[in-house]
Each structure stands twice: as C-alpha cells, then as structure tokens.
Design a protein around this ligand. Structure first.
Ligand SMILES: Nc1nc2c(c(=O)[nH]1)N[C@H]1C(S)=C(S)[C@@H](COP(=O)(O)OP(=O)(O)OC[C@H]3O[C@@H](n4cnc5c(=O)[nH]c(N)nc54)[C@H](O)[C@@H]3O)O[C@H]1N2
Ligand SMILES: Nc1nc2c(c(=O)[nH]1)N[C@H]1C(S)=C(S)[C@@H](COP(=O)(O)OP(=O)(O)OC[C@H]3O[C@@H](n4cnc5c(=O)[nH]c(N)nc54)[C@H](O)[C@@H]3O)O[C@H]1N2
Ligand code: SF4
Ligand SMILES: [Mo]
Length: 692
C-alpha cells in the first residue's frame, strides 16, 4: 500500500553553502517534493531552482553505490568493487605506510567548500592522525575576510542582513545567484522592498546590479584601488564617525596621509569607474548609518586580496559600521561545542609551526594549507615530502587553480583515497573510492564554524542506498583503524550529540527547534575594546613588523599584469544552477545550462567574428579551453565572463571525463601567489578569445 506523503522539516545543503529552511515531502522512502518552509529563519519560504530539484541528486543511476578499488593506471577508469572492510583496511594501510616512512605530516587531508559537519570531522581526523596538513580552498574562499578581520578588528565582520539597515554595499558578491554562507538572496530582496538603497561593485551587470541605485562597473582586478578610493573620499571629506575613530581606532593619521594618493580621479583611471560615481557611492555609504557591506568571493580571487580586505574593514570601521545592528557584526555562536574542542586541536599544539604553509610565511591564524603549497610539497618535497591524500567533498582537479599541476601532483602521490557521491575527474585518480550518503540521507548540522553565529538542523529524510555511508561514519571507522580507537565514537552520530550538548539539547531536540542562534551583541567594544593588540581597530596594523605584513592597504597594480597579446580580462562568477564543479549530471540542472557559456559583449563578439552559440577558444598565458559564446551586453567590451567548474560526466571515463576541455582552471596558474594566504589569481587574468 502506498504511504501518505509525510512532510519533514530540514535545511537545504550541499547545493551552495545552504541555509534555506525546507519542507520535504516523502513517500515510501522517496522524496516527492521540496518546497520552501515559510518558517525558515533565513529564507521565510524562499527557495531557488536548484534547491527545489535537489532530491534528484539521490536517484541518478550512475551514482556511486559501492566502494571501489583502482585496478588500472591512475585515471584510466578501471575499477573493482570491494567490501567496506576491504576499502577501509586498504586505506588505513596506505596511510599508515606513509606515516611510518615519512611521518604523519606526509599525509594531506583534503576538503573543499564546507558542506556539512564532516568538514570538521576531517580536521579532527588529521589532528588525531598527527598531520597538521588540511588542504582547503580557503586561499580563495573566506579565509582572507575572516583572518584579515581578526587582525584588523578582532573578529570576522559579516553583513547584518537580518536587522533593518540603511544601505547595502555589495562588493564583489552576487547573493541573488550565490546565496553564500547563509546570506540568502531573499534577505537582500526583503531589504530592497523596504526601499533600502543598494550599491553594487561588479564588473558584470548582474540582476543585483540592475536593482542598484549605484552600480560601479569596476575593471576586474582593480577593485583594491576602488576600495582605497572610497576610503579616500570618506577621509578627505571628513565623512567618518569622528567619535568612533577618535576612541576606537589606531593609526588614522597615517592612513589619512597614505590614502591621499587614491583620489577619485586617480582611482578612476585605474578602475574605469567615473570619479563622480566613486564620490557618490562613498558619500551614500558613509551617510547611511547603518550600512551593511556584503563583501564577496571576488576580492579573494587575486594576489591583492589582503589589501582589498584590509581596505574594506577600514572602511566599515571609520564609518562607524562595525558591531552595529544593520552594519557589519561579530556574530556570536550559540552555546555549542567550540571548534578547538570538536576538532581536537589540542593534539597538535605545534601545528602552526609544522604545517606546510609555515615555511611560506603565511599570515598567522590561517590554519589550512593553500592548495598551491600542498602541490609544492608533493612535487618538490618543499618544505618536506607529502606522499598521501585523503579527500572528500572536493574535486581539486577542476576546482584548484592550475589544473595541470594538480594532475601532476595527483599522478605522483603514493596513495589517494576519495569520498564522493559520483565519479569525478579527481576521484578517477584515487586508489580507493568511497560512496557517500548525501543530503537528506543522513543527520547533519549546517553552518557550524563559519562565523555566522548559527547552526541549522539537517535531519535525515530518507534512507541512503545500502552501501552509501555518511562521510562522518567513514572517517569514524577509518579513524579507529589509523589511530587510537578510544579517540573515536562507537557511533558517528555521537558527533552531533556532542555539538549540541552544551545547549542542553539532544540532537533530536535540536531538530525540533530547527536552528540555534547566538545572542545579538552590539557595540561590546564600549566595555571591552577590540580584541587586537592595541585594543582598537587597527587602521595601521600594530603587528605589521612582527608578522611581516603590510601596515597599510595599498594598490600595487593589476594582479596578473597587463599584456598587449592578451587584451581582454577574464572573470567568472558562480553559476546559479551548479555548485562549482558539482552536479553537471543532474538532468534538470544540466537542461538549464547544457554547455559552459562565455559571456562576451556584442561589440567584442563582432570584432572577433563570433556569434551567439559559436564554439570559442579562450586563452591566457597559461593555457586554453573551449566553451560556447553567449553574446550579451551584461559584460564590458574588454571583459569576458567564463563558466567555472566544467567537466563532462557523460564523457569518456578513460579520459577522466574531458577534464581539460572546458575547465576554467586550465587558464590559471600558481606561479604568482598572494603571500598572506597563498592565493593565486583566478579572476582578472589577461586573456584573448577566438572562434574555434
Ligand atoms: N577558477 C576558479 N576556481 C575556483 C573558484 C572560482 O571562483 N574560480 N572558486 C573556489 C571556491 S570559492 C571554492 S569554495 C572551491 C570549491 O571547490 P570544491 O569544494 O572542490 O568543489 P565542489 O564542486 O563544491 O565540490 C566537489 C565535490 O564534492 C562532492 N560532494 C558533494 N556533497 C558531498 C558529500 O556529502 N560528501 C562527499 N564526500 N562529497 C560530496 C561533489 O559531488 C563534488 O564532486 O573552488 C574554488 N575554485
Ligand atoms: N549557485 C551557486 N552558489 C554558490 C556557489 C556556486 O558554485 N553556485 N559557490 C559557493 C561558494 S564556494 C562561494 S565561496 C560563494 C561565492 O559567492 P560570491 O561571493 O557571490 O562570489 P562569485 O560568484 O565568485 O563572485 C561574485 C561577483 O563578483 C564579480 N566579479 C568578478 N570579477 C570581479 C572582480 O575582478 N572584481 C569584483 N569586484 N567583482 C568581480 C562576479 O561578476 C560576480 O557577480 O558562493 C557559494 N554559493
Ligand atoms: S538558495 Fe541555496 S540554500 Fe536556498 S534553496 Fe537554493 S540552493 Fe538551497
Ligand atoms: Mo567558496
């Protein structure tokens, strides 16, 4: 007999950073509908298309359903089905052999965009195994904002879109497509409905830019200069919050002196943005009180990222927008288990000195390894050899800059294990592949450890296929084989219980509540000052000399230089239909974007003899790829916007699914890196285009 539809409340995940409250309709262990939960804390009923079709990820016939062992050459696509015990034993022995020969630090633990609680169980696994080397995408994703914030003002300032604000400045962020870190696009739309003015800094005329009062169509890569230009106007015109600056900032005079070179006229030449618009935007932002600065990923995709992030924190600070409702806040966690305790950071007290990146002089408090430095260790043994890799929730061959080097590194490793729900170009290089249970098939907690002051319940809705395990379970069982079993759990779900126990809740009680949010605390600096060495917001970094950091933000020129042979500038943006390299195999998503599209201005297209739908070759100094032209005036004539994350699941398995053909990261290089975070240029590169 067919069951009635049962509606389960959970939160969307693994389609972007997640966060929308959902109502999921289930019948006979099948999801029949996904819709927005009107009671959702972040989304109030809103969902996007990919959230609504998200259950299709579970039912694809080619989904991985058994552990696999490689039998052919790396990447040749020949596999043998093995049991879970065999897969775990082989992985344990692969990792332990390396540990014995080279030490625990010779195993890198790889993870991508934080997708769920397994992200932190992986860090725990590395710590317990004894390796200080967790390789993550933080070089290009959020660490710059977080760590620069901590050095400058003692915390990670996030845009407060929950409380009424006077203005939103969206700087290199595109929330209507990316809904990043639980800043759901609908939160901006709700503010706009209340007539809150919007300023957008983006080289593309995005849907957000179309709704903006002021759109600054910045030259890609020159946004650092633009941020400095905004600071110039606020300081020169004395639009800053004098009382706040006087009492709570350090180094205004030096900054004011230094910033004089970034007049709107000078910055206009560097950024293509008219000087009067720079003035207008700066005046509006300074006058709004409060104004929320939603800074995005784009500032982190260039070697100049530290300067951009520094300039923007200084801007928030001097306008009095730090720690005020509707400004940029220090989001306090609810009463849950702290990160250090959860990941067992105590087990490697010397981590900061031992990690690969210490050798490269990265900024203090950056606790993961930039993928560029990982590959240097693998390929050159610098600063020491790394020979093994355990990776989950990521697809480095496509998502790390400089895919060629990634390929070489993965080819040369002694042992690789990968967990995924689908075979990918990266998983294809592994020795052992683990099939995972996915969103809706496991109990999980979202938004832990990302600095937004909340955790969201993601209870299980359906049972996974018999041999698909949650990553947490895989690592819990692997952990028992490679380290003292007493440091692991009888049942992996105890991790969930541990996390919410300090709140006095069981996991199921937490699920009934739906989410936990920390207390709102504004202006706590009035009593405690800021958590920096001077106790103030450090416009000039007091630690600059000690940590070999720049004391003041500056613009040092286009991140990848200029080159007459490559007259256009390459940018990218997250696709609203895919998460980075994921889910090209979900039919309802692929129908929306069957090919990787390059956005090209009509003028530029005509000059190159390119028409809509033509196959085109995009080239940089570092490589070339093929995509399909989409002629549109949303991009500047000197800029092309190239699709990210492409490989072809329908392609030849023995060729790793055509990972070279259209993959953006064939165009990028790790030859030049931003020193503070090991960041490569993954936008803003000089490029050219031709019809194929
Ligand atoms: N050129 C360029 N490169 C970029 C970027 C860019 O803008 N431009 N963006 C960068 C950014 S911001 C980030 S965060 C990274 C993201 O890089 P990644 O995290 O590597 O990429 P994703 O496509 O998000 O995820 C990769 C894999 O996770 C798998 N997956 C999904 N859910 C699960 C799960 O529950 N368990 C397991 N084991 N696997 C799962 C998917 O099937 C997919 O194969 O890419 C970076 N790379
Ligand atoms: N649908 C979807 N959502 C996602 C993801 C996804 O892949 N798909 N990925 C998730 C991840 S990992 C992250 S980190 C977030 C990121 O989300 P966002 O912070 O929104 O980042 P992006 O989409 O990379 O870039 C934002 C905007 O920057 C603009 N831009 C490009 N070049 C430049 C430049 O040189 N300067 C400036 N100022 N702007 C530029 C782009 O046109 C784009 O509109 O999104 C998350 N959400
Ligand atoms: S916006 Fe993100 S969290 Fe919301 S439904 Fe879409 S994919 Fe899910
Ligand atoms: Mo990201």
């Amino acid at each position: 007999m067919t069951e009635e539809i049962r509606w389960v409340k959970t939160h969307c995940a693994r389609m972007d950073h997640g966060g929308c409250g959902l109502l999921v309709g289930v019948r006979d262990n099948q999801i029949v509908q996904v819709k927005g939960d009107p009671e959702g804390y972040l989304n109030h009923g809103y969902t996007c298309y990919k959230g609504r079709v998200s259950a299709d990820r579970l039912t694809h016939p080619d989904r991985l359903k058994h552990p696999l062992k490689r039998v052919g050459e790396r990447g040749e696509g020949k596999w043998q089905r093995i049991s879970w015990d065999e897969a775990l034993d082989e992985t344990a022995s692969g990792l332990l052999k390396i540990k014995e020969k080279y030490g625990a630090r010779a195993v890198g633990f790889g993870v991508g965009m934080p997708k769920g609680l397994e992200h932190f169980v992986l860090i725990r696994l590395a710590n317990i195994f004894g390796s200080p080397n967790v390789i993550a995408s933080q070089d290009v994703c959020h660490a710059a904002r977080e760590v620069t914030g901590i050095h400058t003002c003692g915390f990670y300032p996030v845009a407060d879109l929950h409380n009424p604000t006077g203005l939103i400045l969206s700087f290199g962020s595109n929330l209507l497509s990316s809904n990043e870190e639980g800043q759901i696009g609908s939160m901006v739309l709700e503010q706009i409905k209340k007539k809150v003015p919007l300023i957008v800094v983006d080289p593309r005329r995005t849907e957000l830019a179309e709704r903006a009062e002021v759109w600054l169509q910045v030259k890609p890569g020159a946004e650092t200069a633009l941020a400095l230009g905004l600071l110039n106007v606020v300081i020169e015109e004395a639009l800053y919050d004098k009382e706040f600056v006087e009492k709570y900032t350090h180094g205004l005079e030096e900054l004011a002196q230094h910033i004089k070179q970034y007049s709107p006229e000078a910055v206009s030449e560097l950024t293509w943005v008219p000087a009067d618009l720079i003035r207008k935007a700066a005046r509006m932002y300074a006058a709004a009180k409060p104004a929320a600065l939603q800074w995005g990923n784009a500032i982190e995709h260039s070697v100049n990222v530290f300067d951009s992030a520094r300039a923007l924190v200084c801007l928030m600070a001097i306008t009095g927008n730090l720690e005020v409702a509707g400004g940029n806040v220090n989001a306090h966690d609810p009463k849950i288990m702290g990160l250090g305790e959860f990941v067992r950071a105590d087990l490697i007290p010397t981590k900061a000195k031992e990690m690969i990146s210490a050798h490269h002089g990265v900024i203090p408090r950056l606790m993961t390894i930039a993928p560029a430095y990982f590959r240097k260790a693998v390929l050159e043994g610098v600063p020491y050899p790394v020979r093994g890799y355990y990776g989950m929730c990521c697809n480095p061959l496509v998502t790390w800059a400089d895919s060629r080097t990634t390929y070489e590194a993965f080819k040369s490793l002694d042992f690789i294990a990968v967990a995924d729900l689908f075979m990918t170009p990266t998983a294809a290089m592994a020795d052992i592949v683990f099939p995972v249970a996915h969103q809706y098939e496991m109990n999980d907690i979202g938004h832990y450890g990302i600095g937004h002051g909340m955790v969201l319940a993601r209870p299980k809705v359906v049972e996974p296929p018999e041999e698909c395990w949650p990553d947490m379970k895989i690592m819990n069982e692997l952990g028992k084989r490679v380290s003292p079993p007493e440091l692991w759990k009888e049942d992996h779900e105890e991790f969930l219980e541990d996390l919410v126990r300090p709140a006095g809740l069981t996991y199921q009680e937490f699920v009934a509540k739906g989410y936990l949010k920390g207390p709102d605390r504004f202006k706590s600096y009035m009593e405690k000052g800021f958590r920096t060495p001077t106790g103030k917001v450090e416009l000039r970094l007091s630690t600059a000399e000690k940590f070999k950091l720049k004391p003041l933000p500056e613009y040092t020129g286009m991140p990848d230089g200029e080159d007459p042979d490559y007259p256009l500038l390459l940018i990218s943006a997250k696709s609203r239909y895919f998460l980075l390299s994921s889910y090209r195999w979900v039919e309802k998503l692929r129908q929306k974007r069957p090919h990787p599209f390059v956005d090209i201005n009509p003028e530029t297209a005509a000059a190159h003899g390119i028409s809509d739908g033509d196959s085109v070759i995009v080239e940089t100094k570092y490589g070339q790829i093929e995509q399909v032209a989409r002629v549109t005036d949303t991009v500047h004539p000197k800029v092309i916007n190239v699709a990210l994350g492409w490989w072809f699941p329908e392609g030849d398995a023995s060729e790793q699914y055509e990972w070279r053909k259209s993959n953006f990261n064939m165009l990028t290089s790790i030859g030049t890196l931003g020193k503070e975070f090991g960041t490569p240029n993954i936008k803003n590169l000089p490029c050219r285009i031709r019809k194929k």
